[in-house]
Write a protein that binds this ligand. Structure first.
Ligand SMILES: Cc1ncc(COP(=O)(O)O)c(C=O)c1O
Length: 428
């Protein structure tokens, strides 16, 4: 589990440390530090403090099996729309194989700035406030490292994207989990956020539309969170990678567009999900100039610049990618309805997923915990879902199922789940 509900932080000797750290610990047993102190591990404590991924074990099992329908991996099944790929190919043909400016191609930053101005109603300066990053993954790391001092607390929803709490830990901070519930559609509740604030609170990390729950925060909730952030002088990191994927009348409101919020918000967005570009590794981060300066400092030493060919492809995505975004979203919506209704018909109660491409049904009715359910479903019917507890303690009793897979495969997966639920009881 990335985080446990009441954990304020992870101690460096936390038994939930990563396997990698554990291996390091064994091989370095008895190592002696610079000042003669006996060191337990050669891996830095900060890294040991990050718990191992709850998802990995399942992917190891899946890799060894045939005929698995995977609802596990969170990436589009579509390939990158051809004109976008072609722009990448053209970039190679024209010899655009060098570094770009640390900030990224100016043309791309300008195009993103005007796209965000239009869609978000927020004007970011493409020279002093907008950075091209190697995926939102890098943006998240930069944001966390740029603002967190040792021991600073950052509030995160539980459950949340598996990399959110680790990004805080790796930056030396302490994730503070605020529980969300199916009863509230997994929306982050402002009262609970307020109750989690201490004098060490530095920031609020939001990830909506949500991986893993599909929750979208409505405007009044975002306004209440904004008011809290301003009153307690919190910064906000807002991972809006699924901003284009909302359905059924849901509206995504960027928190930076609310009064007084642009000044205290780092917004992260990208192309991986909206344009089926996960492998290109290109995204953007928008931040007020001082925070942008901090992030740029880390980026220029750690990354230099985002992949050049991918930046050319991204430019085409911003300029001419809209029709593909719309048609992929329509298809996700069709699959979303099939999956969400399908789970409820099977008795696995599922709140309506309003964004991203995940459903998060409860499996509590089956009498089995989420890990057992996921493992047995995989072994017996070759359907892969991810146990909800991989996303935080409050995800227990649920599983995450991704509908970025074909309609037919989702139909077949639902049929296999039906068979699974009606077959002999699972061995506990
Ligand atoms: C919420 C969230 N943020 C960030 C990422 C990573 O995005 P990128 O491919 O841009 O690094 C993912 C990928 O699953 C995600 O779900």
């Amino acid at each position: 589990m990335p985080i446990a509900s009441n954990d304020r932080s992870y101690a460096s000797d936390d038994p939930r440390r990563t396997d990698a750290a554990g291996a390091g610990s064994a091989s370095a047993a008895g190592a002696t530090g610079e000042h003669g102190a006996r060191r337990e591990s050669r891996v830095a404590e900060r890294v040991q403090a990050v718990p191992s991924s709850g998802i990995r074990r399942f992917f190891d099992i899946i890799a060894s099996m045939d005929h698995v329908i995977s609802l596990g991996v969170g990436e589009p099944d579509f390939v990158t729309p051809w004109p976008i790929s072609e722009a990448g190919i053209r970039a190679i043909e024209r010899g655009h194989t060098h570094y770009t400016s640390n900030l990224g191609l100016l043309e791309l930053r300008e195009a993103i700035a005007s796209d965000l101005g239009r869609r978000y109603g927020v004007e970011w300066d493409p020279i002093e406030e907008l950075l091209i990053t190697t995926g939102v993954s890098e943006g998240l790391d930069l944001a966390a490292r740029a603002i967190i001092n040792p021991g600073d607390e950052v509030i995160v929803a539980d459950p949340s994207y598996a990399a959110h709490a680790p990004a805080i830990l790796l930056a030396g901070g302490a994730p503070v989990a605020v529980e969300t519930s199916a009863a509230q559609g997994f929306a982050l509740e402002p009262d609970r956020v307020e109750a989690a604030i201490t004098n060490r609170s530095r920031a609020l990390l939001l990830g909506y539309p949500s991986n893993p729950t599909g929750a979208v925060l409505d405007r009044p909730t975002l306004e209440a969170l904004s008011e809290i952030a301003q009153r307690h002088d919190l910064l906000v990191i807002s991972d809006e990678i699924y901003d284009r994927l909302v359905y059924g009348g849901a509206v995504h409101t960027p928190i930076a567009s609310l009064p007084g919020m642009k000044e205290r918000t780092i917004t992260l967005g990208g192309f991986s999900k909206s344009h089926a570009m996960t492998g290109w590794r290109v995204a953007w981060a928008a931040a007020p100039a001082d925070l942008f300066g901090g992030m740029l400092k880390i980026h220029q030493y750690a990354m230099m610049s985002a992949p050049t060919v991918a930046q050319h492809a991204a430019l085409e995505a911003v300029r001419a990618g809209e029709e593909y975004v719309v048609s992929m979203r329509e298809e996700y919506d069709r699959r979303r309805q099939l999956m969400w209704r399908g789970f409820n018909e099977l008795g696995l109660s599922c709140a309506e997923p309003r964004g991203a491409f995940y459903a998060f049904p409860s499996v509590a009715q089956t009498g089995y915990d989420d890990e057992t359910f996921a493992e047995q479903l995989l072994l017996r019917e070759q359907v892969a879902v991810v146990p909800g507890s991989a996303f935080g303690a409050a995800g227990a009793g649920h599983v995450r199922a991704c509908y970025a897979t074909s309609y037919e495969e989702i139909e077949e997966a639902l049929e296999r789940i039906r068979r699974f639920l009606h077959s002999a009881p699972m061995a506990k």
